[in-house]
Design a protein around this ligand. Structure first.
Ligand SMILES: Cc1cc2nc3c(=O)[nH]c(=O)nc-3n(C[C@H](O)[C@H](O)[C@H](O)COP(=O)(O)OP(=O)(O)OC[C@H]3O[C@@H](n4cnc5c(N)ncnc54)[C@H](O)[C@@H]3O)c2cc1C
Length: 564
Protein backbone atom coordinates (compact mmCIF):
# COMPACT_ATOMS: atom_id res chain seq x y z
CA UNK A 1 0.00 0.00 0.00
CA UNK A 2 1.32 3.45 -0.84
CA UNK A 3 0.91 6.70 1.02
CA UNK A 4 -1.53 7.91 -1.60
CA UNK A 5 -3.84 4.92 -1.10
CA UNK A 6 -4.29 5.51 2.63
CA UNK A 7 -7.80 6.11 3.89
CA UNK A 8 -6.75 9.26 5.68
CA UNK A 9 -4.16 11.38 3.96
CA UNK A 10 -2.21 14.16 5.66
CA UNK A 11 -3.85 17.55 5.29
CA UNK A 12 -2.27 20.93 5.81
CA UNK A 13 -3.26 22.06 9.28
CA UNK A 14 -5.63 24.96 9.08
CA UNK A 15 -7.44 26.51 12.02
CA UNK A 16 -10.61 24.79 10.80
CA UNK A 17 -9.18 21.26 10.46
CA UNK A 18 -7.51 21.52 13.89
CA UNK A 19 -10.89 22.11 15.48
CA UNK A 20 -12.12 18.73 16.76
CA UNK A 21 -15.71 19.94 16.50
CA UNK A 22 -15.40 20.38 12.72
CA UNK A 23 -16.29 17.51 10.37
CA UNK A 24 -12.69 17.20 9.13
CA UNK A 25 -10.83 14.05 10.15
CA UNK A 26 -7.63 14.54 12.08
CA UNK A 27 -4.75 13.81 9.71
CA UNK A 28 -2.44 10.84 10.07
CA UNK A 29 -4.45 9.12 12.78
CA UNK A 30 -5.24 5.45 12.25
CA UNK A 31 -8.85 4.29 11.76
CA UNK A 32 -10.05 1.76 14.34
CA UNK A 33 -9.55 -1.85 13.31
CA UNK A 34 -13.14 -2.95 13.26
CA UNK A 35 -15.58 -4.73 10.93
CA UNK A 36 -13.14 -7.45 9.94
CA UNK A 37 -13.35 -11.21 10.27
CA UNK A 38 -10.76 -12.54 12.73
CA UNK A 39 -10.90 -16.00 11.17
CA UNK A 40 -11.13 -15.33 7.45
CA UNK A 41 -8.32 -12.78 7.68
CA UNK A 42 -5.99 -15.37 9.23
CA UNK A 43 -4.67 -17.65 6.47
CA UNK A 44 -2.73 -19.84 8.88
CA UNK A 45 -5.91 -20.66 10.78
CA UNK A 46 -8.15 -21.11 7.76
CA UNK A 47 -5.63 -23.53 6.22
CA UNK A 48 -5.20 -25.34 9.54
CA UNK A 49 -8.93 -25.88 9.97
CA UNK A 50 -9.12 -27.45 6.54
CA UNK A 51 -5.96 -29.52 6.91
CA UNK A 52 -6.84 -30.87 10.35
CA UNK A 53 -10.31 -32.12 9.51
CA UNK A 54 -12.22 -29.35 11.28
CA UNK A 55 -13.89 -27.94 8.17
CA UNK A 56 -17.28 -29.14 9.41
CA UNK A 57 -17.05 -26.28 11.93
CA UNK A 58 -15.88 -23.68 9.41
CA UNK A 59 -19.18 -21.88 9.12
CA UNK A 60 -19.50 -21.50 12.87
CA UNK A 61 -15.88 -20.39 13.20
CA UNK A 62 -16.26 -17.82 10.42
CA UNK A 63 -19.43 -16.50 12.01
CA UNK A 64 -17.70 -16.08 15.38
CA UNK A 65 -14.75 -14.46 13.63
CA UNK A 66 -17.13 -11.97 12.04
CA UNK A 67 -18.93 -11.22 15.31
CA UNK A 68 -15.69 -10.68 17.23
CA UNK A 69 -14.47 -8.21 14.63
CA UNK A 70 -17.56 -6.06 15.05
CA UNK A 71 -17.52 -2.89 17.09
CA UNK A 72 -20.22 -4.28 19.40
CA UNK A 73 -18.21 -7.31 20.54
CA UNK A 74 -15.06 -5.21 20.82
CA UNK A 75 -16.97 -2.88 23.13
CA UNK A 76 -17.97 -5.79 25.38
CA UNK A 77 -14.27 -6.48 25.91
CA UNK A 78 -13.55 -2.91 26.89
CA UNK A 79 -16.58 -2.55 29.15
CA UNK A 80 -15.99 -5.84 30.94
CA UNK A 81 -12.49 -4.62 31.81
CA UNK A 82 -13.40 -1.04 32.65
CA UNK A 83 -16.06 -2.24 35.11
CA UNK A 84 -14.38 -4.65 37.47
CA UNK A 85 -16.34 -7.41 39.20
CA UNK A 86 -17.54 -6.54 42.71
CA UNK A 87 -17.55 -8.96 45.65
CA UNK A 88 -20.44 -8.97 48.12
CA UNK A 89 -19.36 -11.03 51.09
CA UNK A 90 -22.51 -10.34 53.18
CA UNK A 91 -26.03 -9.10 52.70
CA UNK A 92 -27.37 -6.08 54.55
CA UNK A 93 -28.46 -8.26 57.48
CA UNK A 94 -25.01 -9.72 57.97
CA UNK A 95 -25.71 -13.08 56.36
CA UNK A 96 -23.01 -14.49 54.11
CA UNK A 97 -23.70 -13.82 50.46
CA UNK A 98 -20.38 -14.72 48.74
CA UNK A 99 -21.41 -13.39 45.36
CA UNK A 100 -19.42 -11.56 42.73
CA UNK A 101 -21.38 -9.22 40.49
CA UNK A 102 -20.17 -8.68 36.91
CA UNK A 103 -20.88 -6.04 34.29
CA UNK A 104 -23.49 -6.94 31.62
CA UNK A 105 -20.73 -6.96 28.97
CA UNK A 106 -18.99 -9.81 30.85
CA UNK A 107 -22.22 -11.76 30.55
CA UNK A 108 -22.42 -11.00 26.82
CA UNK A 109 -18.92 -12.38 26.37
CA UNK A 110 -19.71 -15.47 28.43
CA UNK A 111 -23.02 -16.03 26.66
CA UNK A 112 -21.32 -15.88 23.26
CA UNK A 113 -18.58 -18.31 24.25
CA UNK A 114 -20.97 -20.79 25.85
CA UNK A 115 -23.33 -20.59 22.87
CA UNK A 116 -20.35 -21.40 20.65
CA UNK A 117 -19.55 -24.37 22.92
CA UNK A 118 -16.03 -23.26 23.71
CA UNK A 119 -16.54 -24.88 27.11
CA UNK A 120 -17.40 -28.33 25.77
CA UNK A 121 -17.17 -28.81 22.00
CA UNK A 122 -14.86 -31.88 21.94
CA UNK A 123 -16.84 -33.63 24.71
CA UNK A 124 -20.09 -33.14 22.92
CA UNK A 125 -19.17 -33.23 19.22
CA UNK A 126 -16.97 -36.34 19.57
CA UNK A 127 -15.81 -36.13 15.98
CA UNK A 128 -12.37 -35.78 14.40
CA UNK A 129 -11.11 -32.23 14.40
CA UNK A 130 -13.23 -31.16 17.39
CA UNK A 131 -10.20 -30.04 19.43
CA UNK A 132 -8.81 -28.12 16.45
CA UNK A 133 -12.21 -26.51 15.86
CA UNK A 134 -12.49 -25.51 19.51
CA UNK A 135 -8.86 -24.32 19.66
CA UNK A 136 -9.59 -22.06 16.69
CA UNK A 137 -12.72 -20.67 18.33
CA UNK A 138 -10.75 -20.10 21.55
CA UNK A 139 -7.90 -18.40 19.73
CA UNK A 140 -10.33 -15.98 18.09
CA UNK A 141 -12.12 -15.29 21.36
CA UNK A 142 -8.91 -14.68 23.32
CA UNK A 143 -8.05 -11.99 20.79
CA UNK A 144 -11.15 -10.04 21.67
CA UNK A 145 -11.30 -10.56 25.45
CA UNK A 146 -9.17 -13.12 27.21
CA UNK A 147 -10.34 -12.69 30.82
CA UNK A 148 -13.64 -14.50 30.41
CA UNK A 149 -11.97 -17.47 28.73
CA UNK A 150 -10.71 -18.53 32.19
CA UNK A 151 -14.03 -20.06 33.43
CA UNK A 152 -14.70 -21.29 29.88
CA UNK A 153 -11.37 -23.10 29.83
CA UNK A 154 -11.76 -24.50 33.34
CA UNK A 155 -15.21 -25.91 32.53
CA UNK A 156 -13.90 -27.57 29.39
CA UNK A 157 -10.88 -28.96 31.22
CA UNK A 158 -12.65 -30.15 34.37
CA UNK A 159 -14.68 -32.64 32.31
CA UNK A 160 -11.47 -34.55 31.58
CA UNK A 161 -11.04 -35.25 35.31
CA UNK A 162 -14.69 -35.46 36.27
CA UNK A 163 -15.19 -38.42 33.94
CA UNK A 164 -13.16 -40.39 36.51
CA UNK A 165 -16.30 -40.34 38.65
CA UNK A 166 -18.93 -41.60 36.18
CA UNK A 167 -22.03 -41.39 38.39
CA UNK A 168 -21.31 -37.87 39.50
CA UNK A 169 -20.46 -36.83 35.95
CA UNK A 170 -23.70 -38.33 34.66
CA UNK A 171 -25.59 -36.18 37.16
CA UNK A 172 -23.92 -32.97 35.95
CA UNK A 173 -23.20 -33.78 32.30
CA UNK A 174 -26.33 -32.33 30.72
CA UNK A 175 -25.87 -28.99 32.44
CA UNK A 176 -22.11 -28.85 31.73
CA UNK A 177 -22.64 -29.58 28.04
CA UNK A 178 -25.50 -27.12 27.76
CA UNK A 179 -25.12 -24.20 25.38
CA UNK A 180 -27.16 -22.00 27.68
CA UNK A 181 -25.25 -19.53 29.81
CA UNK A 182 -27.10 -19.30 33.10
CA UNK A 183 -25.32 -16.85 35.42
CA UNK A 184 -27.86 -17.09 38.25
CA UNK A 185 -26.43 -17.90 41.67
CA UNK A 186 -28.66 -20.88 42.36
CA UNK A 187 -28.50 -24.59 43.02
CA UNK A 188 -27.39 -26.50 39.93
CA UNK A 189 -30.67 -28.46 39.89
CA UNK A 190 -32.46 -25.21 39.09
CA UNK A 191 -30.11 -24.12 36.33
CA UNK A 192 -29.98 -24.84 32.62
CA UNK A 193 -26.21 -24.48 32.30
CA UNK A 194 -23.28 -24.61 34.74
CA UNK A 195 -19.59 -23.70 34.82
CA UNK A 196 -16.68 -25.29 36.66
CA UNK A 197 -13.48 -23.95 38.27
CA UNK A 198 -10.43 -25.22 40.10
CA UNK A 199 -8.82 -24.74 43.52
CA UNK A 200 -5.34 -26.15 44.04
CA UNK A 201 -3.09 -23.30 45.18
CA UNK A 202 -2.82 -22.62 48.92
CA UNK A 203 -0.95 -19.93 50.85
CA UNK A 204 1.99 -22.15 51.70
CA UNK A 205 2.41 -23.67 48.26
CA UNK A 206 1.10 -23.59 44.73
CA UNK A 207 3.53 -25.53 42.58
CA UNK A 208 4.09 -28.11 45.30
CA UNK A 209 0.48 -29.08 45.96
CA UNK A 210 1.63 -31.93 48.18
CA UNK A 211 2.00 -29.20 50.81
CA UNK A 212 -1.79 -28.57 50.77
CA UNK A 213 -3.23 -28.44 54.29
CA UNK A 214 -6.95 -28.33 53.46
CA UNK A 215 -8.56 -31.40 55.04
CA UNK A 216 -11.40 -33.69 54.00
CA UNK A 217 -13.46 -35.76 56.47
CA UNK A 218 -15.52 -38.60 55.11
CA UNK A 219 -19.26 -38.63 55.84
CA UNK A 220 -19.92 -42.19 57.01
CA UNK A 221 -18.85 -44.72 54.41
CA UNK A 222 -20.06 -42.70 51.44
CA UNK A 223 -17.95 -40.91 48.82
CA UNK A 224 -19.12 -37.64 50.31
CA UNK A 225 -16.83 -35.48 52.43
CA UNK A 226 -16.69 -32.26 54.43
CA UNK A 227 -13.82 -29.96 53.47
CA UNK A 228 -12.15 -27.50 55.84
CA UNK A 229 -9.34 -25.16 54.87
CA UNK A 230 -8.63 -22.54 52.24
CA UNK A 231 -7.50 -21.82 48.68
CA UNK A 232 -5.29 -18.81 47.99
CA UNK A 233 -6.20 -18.35 44.34
CA UNK A 234 -9.63 -19.32 43.06
CA UNK A 235 -10.41 -17.69 39.74
CA UNK A 236 -13.98 -17.20 38.56
CA UNK A 237 -15.51 -17.96 41.99
CA UNK A 238 -19.03 -17.67 40.54
CA UNK A 239 -18.56 -21.02 38.83
CA UNK A 240 -21.12 -23.58 40.00
CA UNK A 241 -18.61 -26.15 41.23
CA UNK A 242 -14.86 -26.59 41.65
CA UNK A 243 -12.35 -29.38 41.54
CA UNK A 244 -10.25 -28.92 44.68
CA UNK A 245 -7.43 -30.82 46.29
CA UNK A 246 -7.58 -31.75 49.98
CA UNK A 247 -5.86 -34.17 52.33
CA UNK A 248 -7.72 -37.21 53.58
CA UNK A 249 -6.31 -40.25 55.40
CA UNK A 250 -5.15 -41.94 52.18
CA UNK A 251 -3.38 -38.78 51.00
CA UNK A 252 -4.06 -35.83 48.72
CA UNK A 253 -7.35 -36.39 46.87
CA UNK A 254 -9.45 -34.59 44.30
CA UNK A 255 -12.94 -33.38 45.25
CA UNK A 256 -15.90 -31.91 43.45
CA UNK A 257 -17.13 -29.02 45.57
CA UNK A 258 -20.30 -27.24 44.37
CA UNK A 259 -21.39 -23.75 45.45
CA UNK A 260 -24.74 -25.26 46.55
CA UNK A 261 -25.15 -28.61 48.31
CA UNK A 262 -27.25 -31.39 46.76
CA UNK A 263 -30.01 -30.50 49.25
CA UNK A 264 -30.21 -27.01 47.74
CA UNK A 265 -28.41 -25.07 50.51
CA UNK A 266 -25.49 -22.67 50.01
CA UNK A 267 -22.27 -24.60 50.55
CA UNK A 268 -19.72 -23.28 53.06
CA UNK A 269 -17.60 -21.66 50.33
CA UNK A 270 -16.68 -18.25 51.70
CA UNK A 271 -15.03 -15.70 49.43
CA UNK A 272 -12.70 -13.65 51.63
CA UNK A 273 -11.67 -11.05 49.08
CA UNK A 274 -10.84 -10.56 45.42
CA UNK A 275 -7.23 -10.26 44.33
CA UNK A 276 -6.15 -6.87 43.06
CA UNK A 277 -4.12 -8.58 40.39
CA UNK A 278 -2.04 -7.83 37.36
CA UNK A 279 -3.63 -9.17 34.20
CA UNK A 280 -7.16 -8.74 32.94
CA UNK A 281 -9.61 -6.81 35.08
CA UNK A 282 -12.75 -8.49 33.81
CA UNK A 283 -12.33 -11.79 35.62
CA UNK A 284 -12.40 -12.20 39.39
CA UNK A 285 -9.70 -14.17 41.23
CA UNK A 286 -10.44 -14.76 44.87
CA UNK A 287 -9.28 -16.13 48.21
CA UNK A 288 -11.67 -18.70 49.57
CA UNK A 289 -12.23 -20.48 52.90
CA UNK A 290 -14.13 -23.74 53.32
CA UNK A 291 -15.85 -24.49 56.62
CA UNK A 292 -16.94 -28.10 56.44
CA UNK A 293 -18.05 -27.57 52.86
CA UNK A 294 -19.83 -30.51 51.23
CA UNK A 295 -17.84 -32.27 48.50
CA UNK A 296 -17.74 -35.53 46.55
CA UNK A 297 -14.47 -37.32 45.96
CA UNK A 298 -13.40 -37.73 42.32
CA UNK A 299 -11.34 -40.76 41.33
CA UNK A 300 -9.26 -42.84 43.70
CA UNK A 301 -8.62 -41.48 47.20
CA UNK A 302 -4.99 -40.55 47.70
CA UNK A 303 -4.43 -40.07 43.96
CA UNK A 304 -5.71 -36.51 43.69
CA UNK A 305 -2.80 -35.22 41.63
CA UNK A 306 -3.19 -38.01 39.06
CA UNK A 307 -6.92 -37.23 38.86
CA UNK A 308 -6.67 -33.45 38.52
CA UNK A 309 -3.71 -33.61 36.12
CA UNK A 310 -6.10 -34.36 33.24
CA UNK A 311 -7.83 -31.07 33.93
CA UNK A 312 -4.48 -29.33 34.22
CA UNK A 313 -3.31 -30.73 30.87
CA UNK A 314 -6.34 -29.33 29.10
CA UNK A 315 -5.89 -25.92 30.70
CA UNK A 316 -2.25 -26.03 29.58
CA UNK A 317 -3.49 -26.55 26.03
CA UNK A 318 -5.65 -23.47 26.51
CA UNK A 319 -2.68 -21.44 27.78
CA UNK A 320 -0.90 -22.24 24.51
CA UNK A 321 -4.01 -21.31 22.53
CA UNK A 322 -4.38 -18.00 24.38
CA UNK A 323 -0.69 -17.18 23.85
CA UNK A 324 -1.07 -17.74 20.10
CA UNK A 325 -4.24 -15.62 20.15
CA UNK A 326 -2.64 -12.70 21.97
CA UNK A 327 0.33 -12.73 19.61
CA UNK A 328 -1.93 -12.78 16.57
CA UNK A 329 -4.02 -9.86 17.84
CA UNK A 330 -0.88 -7.88 18.75
CA UNK A 331 0.53 -8.51 15.26
CA UNK A 332 -2.69 -7.54 13.51
CA UNK A 333 -2.95 -4.31 15.50
CA UNK A 334 0.68 -3.44 14.75
CA UNK A 335 0.35 -4.15 11.03
CA UNK A 336 -2.91 -2.22 10.82
CA UNK A 337 -1.32 0.77 12.50
CA UNK A 338 1.76 0.67 10.30
CA UNK A 339 -0.43 0.54 7.16
CA UNK A 340 -2.14 3.79 8.08
CA UNK A 341 0.40 5.86 9.96
CA UNK A 342 3.02 7.92 8.24
CA UNK A 343 6.33 9.14 9.65
CA UNK A 344 9.26 10.77 7.90
CA UNK A 345 7.43 10.89 4.57
CA UNK A 346 6.42 7.25 4.32
CA UNK A 347 3.87 4.88 5.73
CA UNK A 348 5.43 3.04 8.66
CA UNK A 349 4.93 -0.25 6.86
CA UNK A 350 7.20 1.04 4.10
CA UNK A 351 9.99 2.02 6.48
CA UNK A 352 12.70 -0.67 6.18
CA UNK A 353 13.34 -1.06 9.90
CA UNK A 354 9.63 -1.25 10.71
CA UNK A 355 9.31 -3.92 8.04
CA UNK A 356 11.99 -5.94 9.81
CA UNK A 357 10.14 -5.64 13.15
CA UNK A 358 6.75 -6.54 11.68
CA UNK A 359 8.08 -9.47 9.67
CA UNK A 360 9.84 -10.79 12.76
CA UNK A 361 6.60 -10.50 14.79
CA UNK A 362 4.72 -12.20 11.94
CA UNK A 363 6.92 -15.29 11.88
CA UNK A 364 6.73 -15.61 15.67
CA UNK A 365 2.94 -15.46 15.52
CA UNK A 366 2.83 -17.94 12.64
CA UNK A 367 5.05 -20.42 14.48
CA UNK A 368 2.94 -20.04 17.64
CA UNK A 369 -0.31 -20.73 15.77
CA UNK A 370 1.13 -23.78 14.00
CA UNK A 371 2.44 -25.25 17.25
CA UNK A 372 -0.85 -24.75 19.07
CA UNK A 373 -2.81 -26.29 16.17
CA UNK A 374 -0.43 -29.27 16.10
CA UNK A 375 -1.04 -29.73 19.82
CA UNK A 376 -4.81 -29.54 19.39
CA UNK A 377 -4.49 -32.17 16.63
CA UNK A 378 -2.69 -34.43 19.12
CA UNK A 379 -5.55 -33.97 21.61
CA UNK A 380 -7.95 -34.99 18.84
CA UNK A 381 -6.10 -38.21 18.11
CA UNK A 382 -4.58 -39.19 21.42
CA UNK A 383 -7.22 -41.72 22.42
CA UNK A 384 -6.96 -43.75 19.22
CA UNK A 385 -3.28 -43.32 18.43
CA UNK A 386 -0.48 -44.28 20.83
CA UNK A 387 2.10 -42.01 19.21
CA UNK A 388 -0.22 -39.01 19.33
CA UNK A 389 -0.88 -39.78 23.00
CA UNK A 390 2.85 -39.66 23.71
CA UNK A 391 3.28 -36.56 21.56
CA UNK A 392 0.45 -34.90 23.42
CA UNK A 393 2.08 -35.69 26.78
CA UNK A 394 5.37 -34.01 25.89
CA UNK A 395 4.19 -31.32 23.47
CA UNK A 396 1.62 -29.94 25.93
CA UNK A 397 4.41 -29.00 28.29
CA UNK A 398 6.76 -27.77 25.55
CA UNK A 399 4.13 -25.62 23.83
CA UNK A 400 2.74 -24.28 27.10
CA UNK A 401 6.19 -23.22 28.26
CA UNK A 402 7.41 -21.68 25.04
CA UNK A 403 4.31 -19.87 23.79
CA UNK A 404 3.73 -18.40 27.25
CA UNK A 405 7.34 -17.20 27.37
CA UNK A 406 7.16 -15.61 23.91
CA UNK A 407 3.83 -13.87 24.35
CA UNK A 408 4.89 -11.03 26.69
CA UNK A 409 7.94 -10.05 24.61
CA UNK A 410 6.00 -10.30 21.39
CA UNK A 411 3.11 -8.19 22.66
CA UNK A 412 5.45 -5.60 24.15
CA UNK A 413 7.22 -5.15 20.82
CA UNK A 414 3.92 -4.89 18.95
CA UNK A 415 2.76 -2.28 21.46
CA UNK A 416 5.69 -0.07 20.57
CA UNK A 417 4.76 -0.23 16.87
CA UNK A 418 1.66 1.81 17.69
CA UNK A 419 3.66 4.62 19.21
CA UNK A 420 2.10 6.49 22.12
CA UNK A 421 -1.43 5.56 21.06
CA UNK A 422 -0.63 1.95 21.86
CA UNK A 423 -0.08 2.86 25.51
CA UNK A 424 -3.50 4.41 25.93
CA UNK A 425 -6.25 2.29 27.48
CA UNK A 426 -8.66 3.15 24.65
CA UNK A 427 -6.53 0.94 22.42
CA UNK A 428 -6.62 -2.80 23.07
CA UNK A 429 -2.83 -2.96 23.47
CA UNK A 430 -2.56 -2.29 27.24
CA UNK A 431 -5.07 -5.07 27.80
CA UNK A 432 -3.07 -7.49 25.67
CA UNK A 433 0.09 -6.45 27.48
CA UNK A 434 -1.35 -6.97 30.96
CA UNK A 435 -2.78 -10.31 29.96
CA UNK A 436 0.36 -11.64 28.29
CA UNK A 437 2.42 -12.77 31.32
CA UNK A 438 -0.48 -14.51 33.07
CA UNK A 439 -0.34 -17.70 31.06
CA UNK A 440 3.17 -18.58 32.17
CA UNK A 441 2.20 -18.65 35.87
CA UNK A 442 -1.02 -20.60 35.44
CA UNK A 443 -1.17 -24.35 35.37
CA UNK A 444 2.53 -24.83 36.06
CA UNK A 445 4.93 -21.92 35.96
CA UNK A 446 7.99 -21.87 33.68
CA UNK A 447 10.39 -23.93 35.79
CA UNK A 448 7.72 -26.39 36.86
CA UNK A 449 6.76 -27.03 33.25
CA UNK A 450 10.34 -27.53 32.12
CA UNK A 451 10.89 -30.02 34.94
CA UNK A 452 7.72 -31.74 33.71
CA UNK A 453 9.32 -32.04 30.27
CA UNK A 454 12.23 -33.90 31.87
CA UNK A 455 9.82 -36.08 33.84
CA UNK A 456 7.91 -37.03 30.70
CA UNK A 457 11.10 -37.88 28.81
CA UNK A 458 12.27 -40.16 31.63
CA UNK A 459 9.07 -41.81 32.77
CA UNK A 460 7.47 -42.22 29.37
CA UNK A 461 10.08 -43.25 26.77
CA UNK A 462 7.33 -43.16 24.11
CA UNK A 463 7.55 -39.37 24.34
CA UNK A 464 11.11 -39.51 22.99
CA UNK A 465 9.94 -41.69 20.10
CA UNK A 466 7.06 -39.32 19.40
CA UNK A 467 9.37 -36.31 19.26
CA UNK A 468 11.83 -38.09 16.97
CA UNK A 469 8.97 -39.12 14.65
CA UNK A 470 7.76 -35.54 14.55
CA UNK A 471 11.23 -34.28 13.65
CA UNK A 472 11.47 -36.94 10.95
CA UNK A 473 8.36 -35.51 9.28
CA UNK A 474 10.46 -32.55 8.12
CA UNK A 475 13.77 -34.36 7.62
CA UNK A 476 15.70 -33.39 4.51
CA UNK A 477 13.83 -30.14 3.99
CA UNK A 478 16.59 -27.94 5.36
CA UNK A 479 20.16 -28.87 6.33
CA UNK A 480 20.27 -26.36 9.16
CA UNK A 481 17.10 -27.84 10.64
CA UNK A 482 18.44 -31.38 10.24
CA UNK A 483 21.64 -30.45 12.08
CA UNK A 484 19.72 -28.67 14.86
CA UNK A 485 17.42 -31.65 15.38
CA UNK A 486 20.34 -34.05 15.43
CA UNK A 487 22.03 -32.07 18.20
CA UNK A 488 18.93 -32.00 20.43
CA UNK A 489 18.04 -35.62 19.73
CA UNK A 490 21.48 -36.49 21.11
CA UNK A 491 20.59 -34.76 24.37
CA UNK A 492 17.27 -36.52 24.96
CA UNK A 493 18.72 -39.68 26.48
CA UNK A 494 20.64 -37.87 29.23
CA UNK A 495 18.28 -34.93 29.63
CA UNK A 496 16.45 -36.14 32.70
CA UNK A 497 19.43 -35.85 35.00
CA UNK A 498 20.12 -32.25 34.02
CA UNK A 499 17.53 -30.13 35.82
CA UNK A 500 19.81 -27.10 35.60
CA UNK A 501 19.47 -27.14 31.79
CA UNK A 502 15.74 -27.94 31.63
CA UNK A 503 14.77 -24.54 30.22
CA UNK A 504 17.46 -24.68 27.58
CA UNK A 505 16.34 -28.11 26.42
CA UNK A 506 12.64 -27.21 26.41
CA UNK A 507 13.26 -24.04 24.41
CA UNK A 508 15.29 -25.91 21.82
CA UNK A 509 12.69 -28.65 21.53
CA UNK A 510 10.04 -25.98 21.00
CA UNK A 511 12.05 -24.24 18.30
CA UNK A 512 12.73 -27.53 16.54
CA UNK A 513 9.02 -28.44 16.60
CA UNK A 514 8.08 -25.01 15.32
CA UNK A 515 10.68 -25.13 12.57
CA UNK A 516 9.39 -28.54 11.41
CA UNK A 517 5.86 -27.14 11.26
CA UNK A 518 7.00 -24.01 9.44
CA UNK A 519 8.75 -26.12 6.81
CA UNK A 520 5.67 -28.31 6.35
CA UNK A 521 2.86 -25.80 6.50
CA UNK A 522 4.10 -22.23 6.16
CA UNK A 523 5.28 -20.26 3.15
CA UNK A 524 8.92 -20.75 2.04
CA UNK A 525 9.62 -17.11 2.98
CA UNK A 526 8.34 -17.57 6.53
CA UNK A 527 10.09 -20.92 7.01
CA UNK A 528 13.38 -19.52 5.76
CA UNK A 529 13.17 -16.50 8.05
CA UNK A 530 12.27 -18.69 11.03
CA UNK A 531 15.14 -21.11 10.49
CA UNK A 532 17.76 -18.43 9.73
CA UNK A 533 16.81 -16.35 12.74
CA UNK A 534 15.71 -18.87 15.38
CA UNK A 535 17.89 -21.87 14.56
CA UNK A 536 20.87 -20.66 12.56
CA UNK A 537 21.92 -17.75 14.77
CA UNK A 538 21.24 -14.96 12.29
CA UNK A 539 19.24 -12.92 14.76
CA UNK A 540 19.81 -10.55 17.67
CA UNK A 541 18.17 -10.64 21.10
CA UNK A 542 15.29 -8.33 20.15
CA UNK A 543 12.61 -8.46 17.45
CA UNK A 544 13.49 -6.58 14.28
CA UNK A 545 16.89 -8.20 13.81
CA UNK A 546 16.14 -10.50 10.88
CA UNK A 547 19.04 -10.87 8.43
CA UNK A 548 18.85 -8.72 5.30
CA UNK A 549 18.28 -11.36 2.63
CA UNK A 550 14.81 -12.38 3.86
CA UNK A 551 11.72 -12.10 1.67
CA UNK A 552 10.07 -9.56 3.95
CA UNK A 553 7.63 -8.48 1.27
CA UNK A 554 6.24 -12.00 0.99
CA UNK A 555 6.11 -12.41 4.78
CA UNK A 556 4.21 -9.17 5.29
CA UNK A 557 1.90 -9.78 2.34
CA UNK A 558 0.66 -12.96 3.97
CA UNK A 559 -0.59 -10.86 6.89
CA UNK A 560 -1.61 -7.71 5.03
CA UNK A 561 -3.48 -9.16 2.02
CA UNK A 562 -6.17 -11.02 3.95
CA UNK A 563 -6.67 -7.97 6.17
CA UNK A 564 -6.96 -5.55 3.27
C1 LIG B 1 -4.31 -14.30 38.25
C2 LIG B 1 -4.08 -15.65 38.83
C3 LIG B 1 -5.14 -16.55 38.87
C4 LIG B 1 -4.96 -17.81 39.43
N1 LIG B 1 -6.02 -18.67 39.49
C5 LIG B 1 -5.88 -19.87 40.10
C6 LIG B 1 -6.99 -20.78 40.23
O1 LIG B 1 -8.10 -20.52 39.75
N2 LIG B 1 -6.80 -21.96 40.88
C7 LIG B 1 -5.59 -22.29 41.39
O2 LIG B 1 -5.48 -23.38 41.98
N3 LIG B 1 -4.52 -21.47 41.30
C8 LIG B 1 -4.63 -20.28 40.65
N4 LIG B 1 -3.56 -19.43 40.55
C9 LIG B 1 -2.33 -19.78 41.23
C10 LIG B 1 -1.20 -20.25 40.33
O3 LIG B 1 -1.54 -21.47 39.74
C11 LIG B 1 0.05 -20.35 41.24
O4 LIG B 1 0.41 -19.03 41.60
C12 LIG B 1 1.18 -21.06 40.57
O5 LIG B 1 0.87 -22.43 40.43
C13 LIG B 1 2.50 -20.93 41.37
O6 LIG B 1 2.32 -21.27 42.71
P1 LIG B 1 2.83 -20.28 43.86
O7 LIG B 1 2.23 -18.95 43.62
O8 LIG B 1 2.58 -20.91 45.18
O9 LIG B 1 4.40 -20.16 43.61
P2 LIG B 1 5.54 -21.17 44.10
O10 LIG B 1 5.06 -22.58 43.96
O11 LIG B 1 6.04 -20.75 45.41
O12 LIG B 1 6.65 -20.91 42.99
C14 LIG B 1 7.45 -19.72 42.96
C15 LIG B 1 8.47 -19.84 41.85
O13 LIG B 1 9.33 -20.95 42.11
C16 LIG B 1 9.43 -21.77 40.98
N5 LIG B 1 9.61 -23.16 41.39
C17 LIG B 1 8.76 -23.94 42.09
N6 LIG B 1 9.28 -25.16 42.25
C18 LIG B 1 10.50 -25.16 41.65
C19 LIG B 1 11.54 -26.15 41.47
N7 LIG B 1 11.41 -27.39 41.95
N8 LIG B 1 12.65 -25.79 40.80
C20 LIG B 1 12.78 -24.54 40.29
N9 LIG B 1 11.85 -23.58 40.45
C21 LIG B 1 10.72 -23.90 41.10
C22 LIG B 1 8.13 -21.56 40.21
O14 LIG B 1 8.32 -21.82 38.81
C23 LIG B 1 7.86 -20.09 40.48
O15 LIG B 1 8.52 -19.31 39.54
C24 LIG B 1 -3.70 -18.17 39.96
C25 LIG B 1 -2.64 -17.27 39.89
C26 LIG B 1 -2.81 -16.03 39.33
C27 LIG B 1 -1.65 -15.09 39.27
Amino acid sequence: MTASSRQISPQPTSPESADPSSDQLIPNQVPPLTGYNLFLSDRTLTHAVEREGANWAREQIAELGRLLGKEEAQRWGFEANENKPVLHTHDRFGNRRDEVVFHPSWHNLMRTSVANRLHCLPWEARRPGAHVARATLMMLTAQNEAGHTCPISMTFSAVASLREEPELFAEWERRILSSVYDPRFAAAQEKSGVLLGMGMTEKQGGSDVRANTTRAERIGSSREYLITGHKWFVSAPMCDAFLVLAQEPQGLSCFFLPRWTPTGKRNAFHIQRLKDKMGNRSNASSEVEFERAWAHVVGEEGRGIQTIIEMVNHTRLDCAIAGAGLMRQALVQAVHHARHREAFGKLLIDQPLMRNVLADLAIESEAATLLMVRLAHAFDHREANERERAFCRIATAIAKYWLCKRTPVHVSEALECLGGNGYVEESIMPRLYREAPLYSIWEGSGNVICLDVLRALTKDPATVEALLAEFKSAAGADERLDGYVQRIAGRLATAASDKYAARDLTEKLALALQACLMVRYSTPAMAEAFISSRLAGQHGQAFGTLPDDMDVKEILNSVVEPLA
